[in-house]
Design a protein around this ligand. Structure first.
Ligand code: FMN
Length: 382
C-alpha cells in the first residue's frame, strides 16, 4: 500500500503544528490519530490489557487520539476481541490506558460504537440475530475469530429490524457508555456514526425501509442520530462530544441514493450544539466512493461549511496534503489511521519530513505486541 506520506525536502508543514483549542483542551498539533480497531482485547469481558496502555502512550504526541471503536453493549459488538465500555471491568481496564496517555502528555476520546447488522449471532446476547433499522443482510463476512468453529471469517446473517422500544434501549446504552468513558478517564467521546454501522443503517436508504418515524424522509432517517446526540448531551458536556460521519462507503455495502442531501442534513442537525468537533472520512478508494475526486471535494466542502465547530478530515492524506488542507482552511485538523498505526511518533516524523515505517496489514487485527507496539520511533531508525 502507498502511504502517500513521502519524504521530500523542505516541505512546509507548519500549519499542522499550530495549536488547536477544543473545549478546555489546547492541543499541540493538528495531527490526530484516527480510530483504529486492533482486536487485541481479552475474553471473556472484552477488557484492555497493559499492552494497550503501551500502544496508546507511544502515540500520545498526536494532537488528539481517538480510541479504537468500543462497543456500548454486547449487542453493539461485531468483531472478535474488540473492547467494550459497558461493564465495570471494562471501565477499570481502560483506566491505565487513559492514565498512560495523559502521563505522556496526550489527550484521548473514546469512540462509542454500535455495529448494527455488521455482526454475527456469536456476539449477540442469547445468540439472537444482529439488529438494524430494517431486515438486511450486509455484504462481506463477519470477523468472528475463534468465536465460531468456521472462523475467522463467516458470512453475515440476516439482521432483524429493531422495535421502537429497543431503539430507546440503545439510546440509553449510548448514555451509559458515555458516562463510563468519562469515569474511565477519557477526555471526551466520539460518537461513531460512520462507516456503515448502526447509525448509517438508519441514515442510508439502501438499508432503512422503515415506515415509522425512523424511516422514509431524511428527517426521519436522521432521528436516531439526533436522539443519540440529545441523550449524550444530557450526560457529557457538548465540548467533550465529537461525531464521526462518512458520506460514502463502510462495512456491509450500504449506500444512500443521495449522500449529499443526507449528510449535509446530518451536519446541519449537529451544528449549533457546541460539539467538540465533526470528524469526516472523505470518499476515497479506502473509505468508499471510488475515485470521483470532484464529488469528494464538493461533499467535504459542503459538510465543512454546514458545521460551526472544528472540522477534522480523514482518509488517505499525505502529510503534504494535510498541511495544505489546514493552511487553506479546508479542515482544522487531519486524522491519520494507517500512518499512525505504523509510526508512533508521526508528528515528529512529519516535522522531520520522514522517513516513515510502512504498516504491516497482516498484524492489523488480533495477535500480540508484534505489529502493535514494535514499530520503531525515528530515533531508533536513525
Ligand atoms: C486497521 C484499521 C482499523 C480501523 N478501525 C476503525 C475504527 O475502529 N473506527 C473507525 O471509525 N474507523 C476505523 N478505521 C478507519 C480509519 O479510522 C480511517 O478512516 C481509514 O484508515 C482511512 O484513513 P487513513 O488513510 O489515514 O488510514 C480503521 C482502519 C484500519 C486500517
Amino acid at each position: 500500500m502507498n502511504l502517500h506520506v513521502t519524504k521530500e525536502a523542505n516541505i512546509e508543514h507548519s500549519s499542522l503544528f499550530e495549536p488547536l483549542r477544543i473545549g478546555a483542551m489546547t492541543l499541540p498539533n493538528r495531527i490526530f490519530m484516527a480510530p483504529l480497531t486492533r482486536s487485541r482485547s481479552v475474553a471473556p469481558e472484552h477488557t484492555q490489557t497493559p499492552l494497550h496502555a503501551i500502544y496508546y502512550a507511544q502515540r500520545a504526541s498526536a494532537g488528539l487520539i481517538i480510541s479504537e471503536a468500543t462497543q456500548i453493549s454486547a449487542q453493539g459488538q461485531g468483531y472478535a476481541w474488540t473492547p467494550g465500555i459497558f461493564t465495570d471491568a471494562q471501565v477499570e481496564s481502560w483506566k491505565p490506558v487513559t492514565d498512560a496517555i495523559h502521563k505522556a502528555g496526550g489527550h484521548v476520546f473514546s469512540q462509542l460504537w454500535h455495529v448494527g447488522a455488521v455482526s454475527h449471532n456469536v456476539f449477540q446476547p442469547d445468540g439472537k440475530a444482529p439488529v438494524s433499522s430494517s431486515v438486511w443482510t450486509p455484504q462481506g463476512q463477519a470477523f468472528v475469530g475463534d468465536y465460531h468453529p468456521n472462523g475467522p471469517l463467516v458470512p453475515h446473517p440476516e439482521a432483524r429490524a429493531l422495535t421502537k422500544h429497543e431503539i430507546k434501549e440503545i439510546i440509553e446504552d449510548y448514555q451509559h457508555a458515555a458516562k463510563n468513558a468519562l469515569r474511565a478517564g477519557f477526555d471526551g467521546i466520539e460518537f461513531h456514526a460512520a462507516n456503515g454501522y448502526l447509525i448509517d443503517q438508519f441514515l442510508r436508504d439502501s438499508v432503512n425501509k422503515r415506515t415509522d418515524e425512523y424511516g422514509g424522509s431524511i428527517e426521519n432517517r436522521l432521528r436516531l442520530l439526533n436522539e443519540v446526540v440529545d441523550a449524550l448531551l444530557q450526560v457529557v458536556p457538548a465540548s467533550k462530544i465529537g461525531v464521526r460521519l462518512t458520506p460514502m462507503g463502510g462495512a456491509g455495502g450500504s449506500y444512500d441514493s443521495n449522500p449529499e442531501a443526507v449528510y449535509t442534513a446530518a451536519v446541519k442537525a449537529l451544528t449549533g450544539r457546541g460539539l467538540a468537533y465533526l470528524h469526516v472520512v472523505r470518499p476515497n478508494t479506502h473509505g468508499g466512493g471510488g475515485d470521483d475526486a470532484a464529488f469528494a471535494h464538493r461533499i467535504m466542502a459542503q459538510m465543512k461549511a454546514a458545521f460551526d465547530g472544528p472540522f477534522i478530515a480523514n482518509g488517505e492524506f499525505s502529510a503534504e496534503e494535510a498541511a495544505e488542507w489546514v493552511a487553506g482552511g479546508k479542515a482544522d485538523a487531519i486524522s491519520f489511521g494507517r500512518s499512525f498505526l505504523a509510526n508512533p511518533d508521526l508528528p515528529a516524523r512529519i516535522a522531520a519530513n520522514g522517513p516513515y515505517n510502512e504498516p504491516r496489514r497482516e498484524t492489523f487485527y488480533g495477535g500480540t505486541a508484534v505489529g502493535y507496539t514494535d514499530y520503531p520511533t525515528l530515533d531508533v531508525n536513525n
